[in-house]
Design a protein around this ligand. Structure first.
Ligand SMILES: C[S@@+](CC[C@H](N)C(=O)[O-])C[C@H]1O[C@@H](n2cnc3c(N)ncnc32)[C@H](O)[C@@H]1O
Length: 204
């Protein structure tokens, strides 16, 4: 495996000590923080919302969501055991208070009791899904009627261009429409080095 593929694999599923470092980078890199906070803003979180994040990494967005969602529930799913440990440390108090639950699982294999969410989001995770149509179908299933889905993407691979973000936004919009979601719209945030896109939609 070349060095670039090895680095990408650590962002796809952080493991061991390199995964620990990658988690630290994700929690501290300004563009990661900005795109996560922007995604939460777009979702207009309410204090009583039931919220699900897919691919929470170090748990930075969940930590911020918990400041607004004071009387609801936050659930996170990530297939990396290293990230479950790191996000658990970051959110220990909220978990102990029973306001947050972190689950070690793949997006396509969510436990049966994971459902009824008002808001579901992910940031820089969709590009790793081998079967996006199946993953979106499962997420739609997990939304409550009227619930909203936000999927954010900022290309970070070597040579990435703004056009890559726009092309992915179109693909995400297609998957969402294919999964039966409505009011699909694309938002764009001018970040450095490459803009981020967020595709939002609603379940009827
Ligand atoms: C590039 S990191 C992004 C982390 C965070 N959302 C952010 O924006 O900083 C991708 C995260 O998604 C998780 N992930 C990737 N594919 C996944 C899947 N199929 N199911 C669950 N988690 C997944 C990885 O383990 C990793 O923690």
């Amino acid at each position: 495996m070349g060095i670039i593929s090895w680095i990408v694999s650590q962002f796809r599923r952080p493991e061991g000590w390199p995964g620990h470092v990658v988690g630290w980078v994700m929690a501290n890199r300004p563009s990661n923080r900005a795109r996560n906070l922007w995604t939460l803003d777009l979702l207009e979180l309410q204090s009583t919302d039931r919220v699900l994040e897919i691919g929470f990494g170090p748990g930075f967005a969940l930590e911020h969501a918990a400041r607004v969602v004071s009387a609801g529930l936050l659930v996170g799913v990530d297939h990396s055991a290293a990230m479950v440990r790191q996000a658990t440390r970051r959110n220990r108090a909220t978990i102990a208070a029973g306001r947050m639950r972190l689950i070690h699982a793949d997006v396509e294999h969510l436990p049966a009791d994971v459902g009824g969410f008002d808001k579901i989001y992910s940031a820089n995770v969709v590009q790793f899904w081998p079967e996006p149509a199946r993953a979106f179908a499962r997420l739609v299933d997990a939304l409550a009627p009227g619930g909203r889905l936000a999927t954010t993407y900022q290309p970070r691979h070597p040579g990435a261009r703004a056009e890559d973000a726009d092309a992915m936004a179109e693909r995400i919009a297609g998957w969402m429409e294919g999964a039966g979601l409505h009011e699909v719209r694309i938002a764009r945030l001018n970040l450095r080095p490459i803009p981020a896109v967020c595709v939002l939609a609603r379940r009827s």
